[in-house]
Structures are given as C-alpha cells and as structure tokens.
Design a protein around this ligand. Structure first.
Ligand code: WTA
Length: 638
C-alpha cells in the first residue's frame, strides 16, 4: 500500500512540483492534513528571510509522538517499528513493534518526569546505537523536552561546550557503547565533561556494555532502576504534551566556518510534515518494506531518516549498532540478507571503504530483496555510484542521491526512486516545495540558458527549515540569510544543467566533509593550537580516496626536539581530546611560516592547492608578506 501523497510518475512529479511553487500554502496544508493535530493551524505560513522569522502551521497544536506512535496502534500496533541489529552478530537481535515502542516511550517519558524534566528543558543524549536511544528521543518529544543528541565520537570537551551552550541540566547516556572491536566508555566521558558543568542535575545511565562506571550520589541514576520505579507507580500512561507547531523539538550541533559549533533548532510541526513526506517520496516506501539507514542517530540523517520520518510514516526502520567492516566487510550484506532489507540508505564513504575490500565480501550474498539504494552526506563519485549500482543493486535498483543538510531538516534535492530519472553523481531535481537557485558571488541569480555553476541558495521556505541557532539568533541570520539577502545560503557550490538537474560540487566555505562528517577548519585549528608547543596552524582539506576529504594541517611548532612523528601523534591526541577522534588530522606538516597577506590573513587558497598537489597554478604569490615561505612549504609537502 502506498500513501495518499506519494508521487508515482514523472508527470505527476512535474505537476505536483508546479503546484507546490505556485500555491505553496495550499500544497503544504494538503500534506499536513494527513497527520494528527490536536488543533488545526490558523495559517499555513508566516515568513521573512531578513530576521529571519519562519513559522509553519501557525497556531497548530500537536505532539510528534502521537504521529510516530499512537496513530499506528489501532491497525499496525503489531508491526515492527524498529529492528535492532547488535554490533556482535552472535548477540540476539531485537524486534520492537509499534505497540512495544509506544509502551517503552511512555514509560521512559514518566522516568524523565520523575527526574524533574519539564516541557522546554534541554536533555542531552549521549548513547550508542541501541533502541533505547530512539526511546529516549521520543520520550523527550512526548513531554515537550528539547533533545540534543551528541554523536558518540565527540570528546568530553565537545560535550561540555554543548551542555553549556544548551544549558542542559539532564543527560541520558549508556555505561558504554560497542563499535566494532571497541568499547567506548560513554559514561566516563560524560563524567569528564561534567567536571566543568556543575549545573547538570541528573544523569540517567543505561546498561549496555557493563563497563565499570562510577555513579555519583544524587546526580547519577540507572535507567533500569528508574523504570522499576515507574512500573510500581501503576499508571503506565503518559499523555502526549500539547506542543505548538513552532515549539522547539530538538537542537543538533553542527560545524560551521567559525570555531564554535552552532545549535541548529528544529520545531515540531514543519519538521514532522517534511521528514515524513520526503521519506515516503524519495525512497518510495511501501508498507511492509524493511528500510535500513546506516547513519548514526547522532547526526541529522539518523534523526530524520532513522527515527522521525520512518516512524511517522509507520515504517519498519532497522537500526544497526556496529560498523560496516566488523567482524568483516560483509556485515551490511549479511544484514540485508538476514532481514530481507528492501531499502538501503548509506554514505559514499562507507561504499568506498567497502569497495576497497574487493568483491569477496559481497560474494555469497543474495541481496535480491533490495529495491532502492540511497546515498547521503557528500558528493558520490561516479566510481562508487557504479559499484553500488552494479554489485549491490545488481543493476536493477534506482539509487537516490540525496542532497540536504542539518539545517534543512530533510532531503531537498534528490531523484525519487524509480519515479524521476537518476543520473550518476547528480542529486538531480528539487523535491516539491523546494525552490533552489544558483547565484554568483554578487548574489545575482543565474538564469541564462545553458548549464550554470554557482553558489546554491533556496529562495522560499520549506517546512523543516532551520528556525534559529540556539541562544544566538543573530548567528543564524549572519550565517545563512545575510550573504545573499532574501535567500537561504547553503554553503555549497553546485552545477545545474539545462533540464534543471543539480550536481553538488561541495562546500564553498571553510567547512570540510570528512567521511560525511562536517568539520570546520577553524575548529580543528583551535584544537591544534591548544597544544602547548604549537605557535600557529592552518587547516585545509585534500582529496582522500575513502574519506572524500582528508584533514591537512600546517603547523608552526615552537621548539622541535626529538621525533617528529611522536610530536604529530601528540598533536593528534590533542585534537582528539578537544573535539573527538573524528577530527584527527590525516597529515601534519611542520612549517616555519604560513603564507599571509600584508594584512596578516592566511592565504588558504594556496595551502589548499599545495595539499591537493596542484603546484603548477598557485596564483599570484607576490602580494604575500613573505613569498619565500611558499617554496619551503612546497618542498616539505607530505
Ligand atoms: C554535503 C547531512 C553532495 C553538503 C545530511 C552539505 C552532499 C553537507 C550530499 C551537509 C549529496 C550532503 N551530494 N553533497 N547528496 N549530501 N552533502 O549537515 O556539502 O551533516 O552542505 O547533513 O554535506 O552535511 P550535514
């Protein structure tokens, strides 16, 4: 069975797209009418991109968990909501029906309440990929608390920064998390973070790895004990809090071109409508399909397309705790066969990493259940696209190349599987309701005939657009809405052909995309500079076979005695401690100076070219304070 708003043909797409642009309010009201509202909205949209101030479904009241859970109970309560595959294939998997999930969410919502969490409070969630992570998220939403999930690869310092920024007094975590052959001591990392965050009142700890942890009296409690307490209370219900469509649902921190991550805020109504609508249409989800998104819930992809989109659509979402290469590089394919997965959504970096093992790990797998493949997080190179298409999709599965961002909440530009044409390495056409435009450096819209190349902006709001950056609305304005007044600026460059097909070329700001993780160069520089002996540093990206982009750091080091490699390790460890292992530089080159303009600005363009190995065309270096430094850097290139 399909959904009333599911687009089934290219003609229909064109018709729906036209309608969505000509009458956006009528269009989105039609989609939103398929959801459960406690009170209908008074007005569909209020907006200006100057402040910015965007409101969808104004005056509407709802609770997203009633849409993700309660409304499925009557007919689909017995259906699997979450299939959970553990890290270790020998451990038992879990199948959680909608009825079970509803029960668990309500129960944990009561735990949160018992521990003092109220509507509007911020709750930081730092857990591994266990079903209780989804339970914790939904329980927050149930009572109107604002969740902020932090990816398990972030360090204590990163957690402390986020706790402070969000002024979060509550934390939900695990003793530890399994990732391949590693056991990450999550609770220990939280303890380190909390040394700086005395305002945290409660830490709820789920048992997963049985790693020894220290529990602080009055602050730390066990998840399991708290569940027992609500069990003995008798009333298993927890009414869904009435939320305004524009009340915040969650904060998710993401890197930008400045040194400090920003808390992207999404709200309840628009986010629900858009993630569900895009999930159904892009993947062409049909009821009973098994859908597997390999992302981590710590990133936006997990929020929108493991938890909220699929659950609001009543889908079966597979959650995987481990990594693609452990115990071996056939892990994904084992899972596809084990559950007869129909839709597989993953990242180019995972595909490239699996490609590097050759076809051995793919052989012996059936994979015939697959109908649709998807890619997200970075431009997918043609080679990876072809491999995925041929060896995993056996030439018969459409690949959706989905372009979007933390700030957009949902997929913006993508083909619709099997419905609109796919093209290798192209995100192709915008979803209904999305109005992209390319601009030149001056902000002029590029509209001439032929193919275009420019900076990608969106000129009209969509329901899941970022509303603000937590605690600093001005930052939201300057980052996204001030560069090209009247437009949302994505930070990405793109090409667009005559038929309107987009090809995203990558970031045009100082943000790197390393294995699909967004990392600001300034953030890495700040971390490197924390090392006692580092005088100055400059970080750029370079093409990396598996990660897409690698991190190249040029470092001026105070007094170099002893082994350079040990010093490199030392610097890497500093970065790991300040940000997390995901931000460790791939290459560290020691230099005595950096190319700077006379006004002291680092010429990153030159450093980027050197890191990329493009030495012939460095441009004009005569305006540099010390042109000689360029020669030195070239000769010391790694
Ligand atoms: C990049 C991830 C090309 C892009 C959902 C964007 C892509 C950034 C694609 C957002 C794609 C994401 N093709 N580039 N299909 N998908 N990107 O916030 O540079 O973690 O700005 O959201 O990833 O990363 P974020």
């Amino acid at each position: 069975m399909s959904y009333p708003y599911q687009i089934k043909s290219f003609d229909q797409y064109q018709q729906v797209y036209r309608h969505s642009v000509e009458q956006p309010e009528q269009f989105w009201a039609g989609i939103a009418s398929h959801f459960t509202w406690k009170k209908k909205w008074d007005k569909v949209l209020d907006w200006n991109f100057e402040s910015p101030d965007v409101k969808w479904f104004v005056g509407g009241k709802l609770n997203i968990t009633e849409n993700a859970l309660d409304r499925h109970l009557q007919y689909n309560g017995h259906r699997p909501a979450i299939i959970w595959e553990p890290n270790d294939p020998d451990e038992h998997h879990r199948i959680i029906t909608y009825r079970d999930l509803h029960f668990k969410v309500v129960q944990f919502a009561n735990v949160l309440k018992n521990n003092g969490v109220k509507k509007g409070d911020r709750v930081v969630i730092y857990m591994g990929m266990v079903p209780e992570l989804a339970v914790a998220i939904l329980a927050c939403a149930r009572i109107g608390a604002v969740h902020s999930v932090i990816f398990g690869g972030f360090s204590a310092q990163s957690i402390a920064d986020r706790l402070q920024d969000a002024q979060a007094e509550y934390i939900v975590t695990c003793d530890g998390a399994f990732r391949g052959n590693k056991d990450i001591p999550l609770k220990g990392i939280i303890d380190d973070a909390l040394v700086q965050c005395r305002f945290v009142k409660r830490v709820i700890v789920l048992t997963r790895t049985r790693t020894p942890v220290s529990m602080i009296k009055g602050r730390d409690v066990w998840w399991e004990d708290e569940i027992k307490k609500v069990e003995t209370m008798g009333n298993p219900d927890c009414p869904a809090e009435e939320m305004d469509a524009e009340d915040p649902l969650f904060i998710l921190y993401t890197s930008g071109s400045t040194g400090k991550p920003k808390g992207v805020v999404h709200t309840c109504g628009g986010y629900m409508v858009y993630t569900t609508y895009s999930f159904v249409n892009v993947f062409q989800y049909e009821q009973e399909d098994i859908y597997f998104c390999t992302a981590d819930v710590g990133w936006i992809t997990g929020h929108s397309y493991i938890v909220y989109g699929p659950l609001c659509a009543g889908a079966t979402t597979l959650m995987f705790e481990g990594v693609p290469t452990w115990p071996d590089a056939g892990r994904f394919w084992d899972i596809v066969d084990k559950y007869r997965v129909n839709i597989l959504y993953t990242a180019p970096t995972a595909i490239r990493s699996l490609m590097s093992f050759g076809l051995g790990p793919v052989h012996g797998h059936d994979l015939s259940s697959l109908k649709v493949l998807g890619s997200v997080g970075e431009p997918i190179n043609e080679e990876a696209w072809q491999w995925f298409h041929e060896h995993i999709g056996k030439g018969k599965c459409p690949i959706v190349d989905t372009w979007w961002q933390t700030e957009t909440g949902g997929i913006m530009i993508s083909n619709l599987a099997g419905v609109t044409p796919a093209r290798p390495a192209h995100a192709t056409l915008p979803l209904p309701g999305i109005q992209p435009v390319l601009v030149d450096e001056q902000g002029n819209e590029l509209t001439h005939e032929g193919s275009l190349s420019g900076n990608l902006c969106i000129k009209f709001p969509w329901p899941s657009i970022i509303r603000t950056t937590y605690g600093d609305h001005e930052r939201c304005r300057t980052t996204y809405f001030a560069t090209y007044p009247g437009k949302y600026f994505t930070g990405d460059g793109a090409l667009c052909d005559e038929e309107g097909n987009y090809r995203i070329t990558g970031r045009v700001d100082d943000v790197l995309n390393v294995s699909g993780h967004r990392i600001g160069t300034a953030e890495v520089e700040n971390a490197i500079n924390m090392h006692g002996a580092v005088v100055e540093s400059a970080v750029v990206g370079f093409p990396h076979d598996i990660k897409g982009q690698g991190i190249y750091a040029y470092v001026i080091y105070g007094n170099m005695h002893g082994d350079e490699n040990l010093t490199r390790q030392d610097i890497s460890q500093t970065v790991s401690r300040i940000i997390g292992p995901i931000a460790k530089p791939d290459k560290i080159q020691f230099v005595t100076g950096l190319p700077k303009t006379r006004s002291g600005k680092i010429m990153r363009r030159i450093l980027r070219k050197i890191a990329e190995g493009e030495l012939s065309n460095l441009g004009d270096t005569t305006t540099l304070l010390d042109p000689g430094v360029v020669e030195e850097i070239i000769s010391g290139r790694l």
